[in-house]
Write a protein that binds this ligand. Structure first.
Ligand SMILES: O=C[C@H](O)COP(=O)(O)O
Length: 252
């Protein structure tokens, strides 16, 4: 049985007070509404890590994650945060290769492989993002584009390492635009991603959770999550509103 996961990516949002309020509300709702069969991951900006971890407390199915980590182990890299530091604050997950990191910070496939290795070496589960821009979708080459992203960054991993990954498919044209992929478009891509991963890692790909991201909201999550190869969501905007985020979690 694949793990059902809903991860909230706060991106660069939330003051200390807002982050604490959001976390407390989510933690309370998940407990009061007895949600226990979905793994929930909160990915705040790094500086919120201790606050968020403290507020999650001992709740079994809510975890702290990062939005990125360095490809280096440690050293003179001003402004960077290593996987080791993140893990030492109690994080269990880390988003890697988000399209905003690829675009604005020019993260390359090779750099992402190094980040994945750093994460795994520090017992963090990478949530590895892939997804195509609008022009590639319009040209009809989106499957090949995404497969190439996965091949380039992940296919050098051992099967044991690969089996620890979570994949997030995020069509760039659907991120923050209010324009979500249809559930059929999501299923088509998730199935293609799984088949591609299986071509290299065989049965291990059957156990890999593949999350959908891109304008996922309470009113479309149920339809998207009902698809056979969609195992959850990576949620941006709607993860900043506790009620919306928890309603998405309840959409399974
Ligand atoms: O990481 C999350 C995604 O970029 C989706 O963002 P969004 O839900 O605001 O479209």
């Amino acid at each position: 049985m694949r793990k059902k996961i809903v991860a909230g990516n706060w991106k660069m949002n939330g003051t200390q007070e807002e982050g604490q309020k959001l976390t407390s509300e989510i933690v309370n709702m998940v407990q009061d509404e007895r949600i226990s069969d979905v793994t929930v991951v909160l990915n705040p900006p790094f500086i919120h890590a201790s606050n968020v971890k403290k507020l999650i407390g001992g709740v079994d199915n809510i975890f702290l994650g990062g939005q990125n980590c360095s490809d280096k182990e440690s050293g003179a890299y001003t402004g960077e945060t290593s996987a080791k530091i993140l893990a030492s604050f109690g994080a269990k997950y880390v988003i890697l290769g988000h399209s905003e990191r690829r675009e604005y910070f020019k993260e390359s496939n090779e750099e992402l492989t190094a980040k994945v290795k750093q994460a795994l070496a520090n017992d963090l589960t990478p949530i590895f993002c892939c997804g195509e821009p609008l022009e590639i979708r319009e040209a009809g080459t989106h499957e090949d584009y995404v497969k190439e992203q996965l091949t380039a960054s992940l296919f050098g991993l051992s099967e044991e390492d690969f089996s620890k990954l979570v994949i997030a498919y995020e069509p760039i044209w659907a991120i923050g635009t209010g324009k979500t992929a249809s559930s059929d478009q999501a299923q088509e891509m998730h199935a293609a991603i799984r088949a591609h991963l299986a071509s290299k890692y065989g049965k291990a790909a059957e156990e890999t959770s593949i999350l959908y991201g891109g304008s996922c909201k309470p009113d479309n999550a149920q339809e998207i999550f009902s698809k056979a190869d969609v195992d959850g969501g990576l949620i941006g905007g709607a993860s900043l509103k506790s009620r919306d985020f928890v309603d998405i979690i309840k959409s399974f």
